[in-house]
Design a protein around this ligand. Structure first.
Ligand SMILES: [Mn+2]
Length: 244
């Protein structure tokens, strides 16, 4: 049997039917399994325990979820900040730092990309519609999430371009009102929306981190480019696991 690489996915807490539950979205789980990985849920938000989990996993998938508490980049909350969970942020930031330190690849989706940026010293728009000087596109789409609604421009010399190409006809879905404001000095921009909102970031000079602002897990079943992001993630995981 081929070795399966283990992918950690932090869960979030939601109250469902009056019960306090740990949940992850199934599409990410399905995409990991499709590409030969074995997903595991990281069901605690205790930051001190993250060091226990990092040794169990070969790669880290940081999924979408609630807003990031602005205290982690030195701001007070603005009126249109959404739901936040300080402990989920703290544990995800800790996991990000540990994954980088131990050379375990990261695939960061939507909130996940914002978490990576904050973990590495960057900042966010808490609500881009009300905080950004220039007008923005509709980034909280009303169309079904398996359909792309706005285009992105991918930097031709980015790692992302190697995965999904860089023509201007790449449509992505969009489900965010937060966005990266100041990019961490340890990351570079790989994709922008037409309004200048950052839609992708990645490591400076290796392929340890790939972050996208859209939701490829909602599109991978019908869109080859989005599927390629998960295939690439598992390829990166295999490469780093063999190197260590
Ligand atoms: Mn968007």
């Amino acid at each position: 049997m081929n070795k399966k690489y283990v992918i950690g996915v932090p869960s979030e807490v939601r109250v469902i039917n009056n019960l306090d539950r740990n949940v992850v979205n199934n599409p990410e789980v399905a995409a990991i399994i499709k590409h030969g990985g074995a997903p595991i849920l990281i069901p605690t938000r205790n930051p001190e325990l993250m060091v226990q989990y990092i040794d169990l996993i070969d790669g880290l998938l940081l999924p979408g979820g609630p807003d990031v508490a602005p205290q982690f980049y030195g701001e007070e909350p603005v009126p249109l900040l959404g739901d936040t969970d300080r402990l989920l942020d703290q544990s995800s930031i800790e996991l990000t730092k540990l994954a980088i330190e131990r050379h375990k690849p990261i695939f960061a989706i939507c909130r996940g990309m914002q978490v990576v940026n904050v973990a590495l010293g960057g900042t966010l728009y808490q609500d881009m519609g009300s905080q950004r000087e220039k007008p923005v596109l509709q980034h909280y789409q009303k169309a079904p999430m398996d359909q792309g609604t706005h285009t992105i421009s991918i930097n031709a010399d980015s790692y992302l371009a190697q995965i999904i190409g860089h023509d201007d006809k790449v449509y992505v879905n969009s489900h965010h009102h937060e966005a990266i404001k100041a990019v961490s000095s340890q990351l570079k921009i790989s994709a922008l929306a037409k309004d200048g909102i950052i839609e992708g970031v990645e490591s400076l000079d290796d392929d340890l981190i790939v972050g996208v602002q859209w939701h490829p897990e909602a599109m991978f079943k019908t869109d080859e480019k989005q599927d390629a992001l998960f295939a690439n993630f598992m390829k990166r995981v295999g490469k780093f696991a063999k190197a260590d």
